[in-house]
Design a protein around this ligand. Structure first.
Ligand SMILES: [Zn+2]
Ligand SMILES: [Zn+2]
Length: 283
């Protein structure tokens, strides 16, 4: 099927804080086309970050073509504008594959509660590592096949999954539901995290608030300009791709510590703990 050059109809509603690549995946399915065909129709190249392309200068044309309401993607656009204003620092905040496709993490509980499964923009940020609603760490990959959650994807009935994958709650590698991932609660892993790592988790939430508000709230109650995030990142106070605090990492650590304790009853090795520099305040 080929998309007609007129504006599109029957597109899905944009959900709360939904990321463009999540919506594009659902939109392509609603039109019965491969996502690449929809991207081409909207003038979005696959060689660039599709979320940034969608929300950039082409957005007004895309909005018209897709008949999107005025407030659609408003919060997402505001957050991504701050990311772009931060330049290379902002670019490092976003998760992406080697090829440049957006990557998302998931909270299994959030996904299982959604009537229509989707991915929210904050789950694309490297620093956003835990769900404050469910007090659990986010999954960075499929619990069964370890595939990353890269978007947008084609969900039409073709390809090696042969139509078994119809929802964004499913893994695009094996079609199993991300909702079945074992939860890693913050309470369970907190004793095995350094105070530095706890600060990093808290800073993930503060980072998203700063990007939205375009100002950084400091520990002394004062606020600073958005560019303060560059300093925070430089000091290593954000969980980054290089030091992820994901469900997988902390589940492994928990298993390792419990295994060690079973063999030789002893406290966790102090050498695994990161020391927080005295001059690096939490956001
Ligand atoms: Zn959640
Ligand atoms: Zn999988």
């Amino acid at each position: 099927m080929t998309i007609q050059p007129s504006s599109l109809s029957g597109l899905p509603r944009v959900l709360f804080l939904e990321a463009p690549s999540s919506w594009l995946t659902r939109a392509a399915l609603s039109q019965g086309v491969e996502v690449g065909e929809l991207l081409a129709h909207l003038g979005i190249g696959r060689e660039r970050d599709c979320d940034l392309e969608f929300l950039g200068p082409k957005y007004r044309d895309i909005q018209r073509l897709c008949a999107l309401p005025a407030g659609a993607f408003a919060v997402t656009r505001r957050i991504i504008k701050s990311v772009l204003d931060l330049g290379s620092t902002g670019d490092r905040l976003l998760l992406r594959t080697v090829e440049g496709s957006p990557i998302y993490r998931v909270c299994p509980s959030c996904l299982s509660q959604q009537q229509t499964p989707y991915h929210a923009i904050h789950c694309r940020f490297a620093a956003w590592c835990y769900c404050p609603l469910h007090e659990c760490l986010l999954q960075a990959s499929c619990w069964s096949c370890q595939a990353e959650i890269a978007l947008p994807a084609s969900l039409v009935a073709r390809g090696r999954l042969e139509g078994r994958c119809a929802y964004l709650s499913q893994c695009f590698g094996c079609a199993k539901s991300h909702c079945r991932a074992p939860l890693v609660s913050l309470t369970a892993v907190s004793p095995f995290m350094s105070s530095f790592e706890s600060d990093q988790l808290a800073n993930g939430r503060a980072t998203l608030a700063a990007l939205y508000e375009r100002r950084v709230l400091l520990p002394n109650g004062e606020s600073s300009t958005l560019s303060e995030l560059r300093t925070v990142e430089r000091r290593g106070m954000l969980a980054t791709q290089r030091r992820p605090l994901t469900a997988e990492v902390l589940r492994d650590r928990l298993g390792q510590v419990l295994g060690d304790q079973a063999n030789t009853p002893a406290a966790p090795q102090s050498s695994t703990q990161i020391v927080r520099p005295a001059d690096t305040p939490a956001l």
